[in-house]
Design a protein around this ligand. Structure first.
Ligand code: OSB
Ligand code: MG
Length: 366
């Protein structure tokens, strides 16, 4: 791919309102933007979506920076990379650190599409012209107004973050206002074996699915709950690789899957998981990470694949932030986000704004 330069930019964006879950409260969103430049000066953009604290997966912004700068960049043979898949193959000799890997691979995918003069969605086999928007409602938000506002923008799916012991109350509050709302909850692994019966009774709420009720490594409890429950279980944190997805499907631990490019270590792995789910008739959707437009653009391209039949955590640029680092902003129009057919991720970078929000930069010249 004639890679000449790799740049990392550590940025931070302030959220319009804090995003609160039972695990963390996010007020400022740090991220690492990856730029990979080729011999012709074409630039591919990726984003490392790790958080400052390891509340979601084990990575953090700092560990990801370290892994990219001190491990991946010095050991990857960039001259041998003819396609992003080659990076995936080389990076697989290191364990874990999916978000660090995904950020680099993402920049390569954007660059690859730009070099071929095609949109990223088209390059990976996307078929849709638009993807459906879905919203995530965190704990601190005024739920009622928030849902009303998002409904008027056409959002087609609503995911509530819940707090243990208060979930029945919050689901019932939403259901009393919106009996038919396409609603789900994301437990982020907060339940234990002793909660099985109580969670199984959530069937009465007619939820689209329950996301990640138990901790990540536990395929057994998810399977036990799925056997007791009509409501589909959807895995998020549990699936960090193709092999995790295979086990989950084989064991019956879920009936739906949330695919996040960053959680599974890049688009190559995400595509493999998508194809596996097609084979097993498991519908998938694209998960979000409260990310900038760069990562959102990658998500939109992924969600344009045919088996992304459920609306994901796909929202517009101004859902969480006043201003995005891409131009134009991603917009939700009557519940849909159009899939760009411009080259690469399909959006320009607002270089001025990116510079303003950059706190630390690193450049490696090959
Ligand atoms: O569990 O899906 C999750 C955000 C940060 C970390 C984990 C999760 C989330 C979300 C997505 O729920 C929020 C969004 O980007 O809209
Ligand atoms: Mg989740």
């Amino acid at each position: 791919m004639r890679i000449k330069k790799i740049r990392l930019k550590r940025i931070a964006l302030s959220l319009k309102t804090p995003f609160k879950t039972h695990q963390a409260e996010i007020v400022k969103r740090p991220a690492i933007i990856v730029e990979i430049e080729d011999a012709e000066g074409k630039i591919g953009y990726g984003e490392i979506t790790a958080f400052p604290s390891p509340f979601y997966t084990a990575e953090t912004t700092d560990t990801a920076w370290h892994i990219v700068v001190d491990i991946l960049i010095p050991s990857i043979e960039f001259k041998e990379i003819h396609h992003p898949n080659d990076f995936h193959e080389q990076a697989s000799s290191f364990q874990g650190n999916q978000m660090a890997k995904a950020g680099l691979e993402g920049a390569l995918w954007d660059l690859c599409a730009k070099q071929q003069g095609v949109g990223l969605a088209k390059l990976i086999g996307g078929t849709k012209e638009a993807v459906k928007a879905g919203a995530v409602i965190s704990l601190s938000e005024r739920m009622k107004e928030e849902i009303g506002n998002l409904l008027s923008q056409g959002y087609e799916r609503f995911k509530l973050k819940v707090e243990k012991g208060k979930e029945e109350e919050s689901i019932a509050a939403v259901r009393s206002l919106y009996p038919d709302l396409p609603l789900m909850i994301d437990a982020n692994g907060m339940y234990q074996a002793r909660d099985l019966t109580r969670v199984a009774a959530f069937d009465e709420f007619g939820l689209l699915m329950i996301e990640q009720p138990f901790r990540a490594g536990d395929f057994y409890l998810h399977r036990t709950l799925q056997e007791k429950m009509e409501t589909p279980i959807c895995l998020d944190e549990s699936v960090e690789s193709f092999e995790d997805a295979e086990q989950a499907i084989e064991l019956g631990s879920c009936r739906m899957m949330n695919i996040k490019i960053s959680r599974v270590g890049g688009l190559t792995e995400a595509l493999k998981i998508h194809d596996l789910c097609v084979e097993h008739h498991i519908p998938v959707w694209c998960g979000g990470m409260i990310e900038t437009g760069i990562s959102k653009a990658h998500n939109i391209a992924l969600a344009s694949l045919p088996n992304f039949t459920l609306p994901g955590d796909l929202s517009g640029s101004t859902r969480y932030f006043e201003k995005d680092i891409i131009k134009p902003f991603i917009e939700v129009d009557r519940g849909e986000i159009s899939v760009s057919d411009e080259n690469g991720i399909g959006y320009e970078i607002d270089k001025e704004f990116l510079k303003q929000v950059t706190e630390e930069a690193y450049e490696y010249i090959l």
